[in-house]
Ligand binder design. Structure first.
Ligand code: KIV
Length: 258
């Protein structure tokens, strides 16, 4: 990667050069700026913001207005990284709604969009790509389907799931996806997809063999001590450090003489 603005084509080309792709989420100006200064090629304004910023129980509650608000904040950092935003639940049910809502996210500052699903959304993907909007796929465990699926389950454990993942990934590539996130896909299936597809796979809880890895930044930084996840070991205990600093500052205020 050079100092030039990153495009979706540049992300796709990283696979050909065997360069691994490190992706994190950001939901506001300072985090986008910090991640960009660390040199990430792609930053995702994920709808995980519903859980890690807005306090919803899952991502199905996130609205277009909330996504636009956070995309605007992230875009004000003017990152060199490609800034991709999630289309929230039910915002891409039809070709028309997908295109209209993707255009709203682009107007807010996104340079590409991501949506969850495979064969069932290929017409929507074609419509967005034909209108010049770079599309990032998302297969495997789909958080927007957590209620109907009754939890967050690993995908690819049996042959029908394995075959469905292959077919969905092929369909997304054919429709024009520039890369595909694989969430909680079994590592052997993620490896097979990575070898099979001409576009990068970006894994989360999908083993080490994907072309890239993505994490929800507050999980990486240990900002959410109330939840623990199997696929991520925090590299910082930010929550503990924040509590300690705040306590210390509070005590220093209370110790001030009248
Ligand atoms: O919403 C999100 O942050 C995501 C990533 C976990 C890939 O979709």
């Amino acid at each position: 990667m050079t100092g030039t603005k990153v495009t979706a084509d540049m992300i796709r080309a990283m696979k050909g050069r065997g360069e691994k792709i490190a992706v994190l989420t950001a939901y506001d100006f300072p985090m986008t700026r910090l991640l960009d200064e660390a040199g990430l090629p792609l930053i995702l304004v994920g709808d995980s913001l519903g859980m890690v910023v807005l306090g919803y129980p899952d991502t199905t509650h996130v609205t277009m207005a909330e996504m636009e608000h956070h995309v605007r904040a992230a875009a004000r950092a003017q990152p060199r990284a490609l800034l991709v935003a999630d289309l929230p639940y039910h915002s891409y049910d039809t070709v028309e709604s997908a295109l209209a809502n993707a255009r709203r996210l682009v107007a807010a500052g996104a340079e590409g969009v991501k949506a969850e699903g495979g064969s069932e959304i290929v017409e929507q993907v074609r419509g967005m790509v034909a209108n010049g909007i770079p599309f990032l796929g998302h297969l495997g465990m789909l958080p927007q389907h957590v209620i109907e699926e009754g939890g967050y389950h690993v995908k690819g454990k049996n042959e029908p799931e394995h075959q469905r993942l292959l077919a969905d990934a092929d369909a997304l590539v054919k429709a024009g996806a520039f890369a595909i996130v694989l969430e909680l896909v079994t590592p052997p299936v993620a490896k097979e997809l990575t070898q099979r597809l001409p576009v990068p796979t970006i894994g989360i809880g999908a083993g080490p063999d994907c072309d890239g890895q993505v994490l929800v930044t507050p999980d990486l930084l240990g900002m959410l001590p109330w939840f623990s996840l199997k696929h991520v070991k925090p590299r910082l205990n930010a929550a503990e450090q924040m509590r300690a600093v705040v306590k210390e500052w509070k005590q220093s205020v209370e110790a001030l003489k009248r």
